[in-house]
Design a protein around this ligand. Structure first.
Ligand code: ZN
Length: 65
């Protein structure tokens, strides 16, 4: 039976069909890893969300009849 280390916490994980989180030891570690990946991907767009919102998102022009 193959055993791998969880990429998140380095716990030894049995590489078996029953472990649907492999190569992670648990769903939690899988989510942490996916979260880290997503955080890295979105780090630029959300750098300064409030400041960007003020400067780049003026209220839409209103055309009142
Ligand atoms: Zn883990």
């Amino acid at each position: 039976m193959a055993v791998v280390n969880c990429p998140t916490c380095s716990t030894k994980v049995e590489w078996v069909e029953a472990n649907r989180f492999r190569p992670f030891c648990s769903e939690r570690c899988k989510q942490i890893d996916l979260g880290a990946w997503a955080e890295e991907k979105y780090v630029i767009p959300v750098a300064n969300p409030l400041e960007d919102f003020d400067e780049d998102a003026p209220p839409p022009p209103r055309h009142e009849p």
